[in-house]
Design a protein. Structure first.
Length: 338
């Protein structure tokens, strides 16, 4: 028979409610460290598991969080989700994953369903600029944190990278290699990553005395197919670019496919830089030069901020912005060691 709270309490010489609060990780419980260690050892020894429904009713929580992302097939979001799970699992939370395919309507539908299920908080990685979904989360008083993308609706809890600086690094690298006709596979102007990385690209051109050419900016979105179509447009110009900075690594992978179809050598005929440094970037041939951001740490930082809101009631906005780094590989430097 499963061990009971009463039996555990007798063995630990404490009240059953104390065992329950330790098992349920009650953040308000204050007991001696030795007593807590004794109870936790017993819980581990007996493999005791608290009743999740009873725990939720007592603490008025479901111990379920949600992560809303735009593209479940993108490895970036797989790494992000892993970081969130790693940050929340030790605290006894389960995490639901919702995919929007970049649709505002689908995003709002997911959020309304999650609210009906009474999730304790939401990590939103699919937000847009001037996003009504963020206003809705505030109005519903649902704890939330934005990751990778932000809304300009207010000073929201946010985790991401300095996208302007990252794009500047990428574009400056190509300029320093001697390229003066650099194409940009841009993200959507309605998404912060698209807007800010385009801004960094243009800033690097201006700093080098190069005029921004609208003809060299092609909106590609954030997936491989969009990257391929946009690259095809750029390479079909009368005076095509000799280098391309892509808004994401997945977009850059589309550039690889088009370059190979056109028998262009990478990087001799076309240099390519991506953004995010997903695991696949280093496995391409040649390896993709890209802007590295700590994807897993995005997730764990978002988990900390969300749990602070859920468990401690700390609702003051927090922003964690990581500094991006350029990782140089063979897609821009021909003698890069394999």
């Amino acid at each position: 028979m499963p061990v009971t709270l009463k039996e555990l309490a007798a063995r630990a010489s404490v009240h059953p409610s104390t065992v329950s609060r330790v098992a349920n990780r009650d953040p308000k419980l204050r007991i001696a460290a030795g007593t807590r260690d004794r109870i936790e050892a017993l819980l581990k020894e007996t493999e005791y598991r608290p009743n999740g429904v009873a725990r939720g009713l007592k603490l008025r929580q479901t111990f379920v969080l949600a992560v809303v992302i735009p593209d479940i097939t993108n490895p970036f979001f797989a790494g992000l989700f892993r970081g969130i799970e790693d940050g929340t699992a030790p605290h006894g939370y389960n995490v639901l994953l919702c995919n929007t395919d970049g649709s505002i309507a689908r995003q709002q539908s997911h959020l309304q369903s999650l609210n009906a299920r009474r999730v304790d908080g939401v990590v939103l990685a699919s937000t847009f600029l001037n996003d009504p979904a963020v206003r809705w989360l505030r109005h519903q008083r649902i704890p939330y944190v934005l990751v990778n993308r932000f809304s300009d609706e207010g000073n929201d809890p946010f985790v991401g990278s300095d996208d302007v600086a990252g794009a500047y690094l990428a574009t400056r690298h190509l300029i320093e290699l001697g390229h003066n006709r650099i194409g940009h596979l841009a993200g959507q102007a309605t998404v912060s990553t698209g807007m800010l990385r385009r801004r960094g690209y243009r800033a690097a051109l201006a700093a080098a005395g190069l005029a921004a050419d609208p003809e060299l900016e092609a909106e590609a979105g954030y997936a491989e197919d969009g990257g391929a179509l946009a690259t095809q447009r750029l390479l079909s110009l009368d005076n095509p670019p000799t280098a391309i900075f892509a808004v994401t690594d997945m977009t850059a992978i589309g550039t690889y496919a088009v370059a190979r179809r056109m028998n262009l050598r990478i990087p001799q005929d076309l240099a390519i830089v991506g953004y995010n440094d997903i695991p696949l970037a280093s496995r391409l041939i040649p390896g993709l030069t890209t802007v590295h951001v700590p994807i897993h740490e995005f997730g764990t930082a978002a988990a900390r901020i969300l749990l602070d809101q859920v468990e401690k009631g700390e609702v003051s906005p927090k922003r964690v912005v990581f500094t991006p780094e350029l990782v140089v590989r063979g897609s821009t430097v021909s003698d890069f060691p394999v």
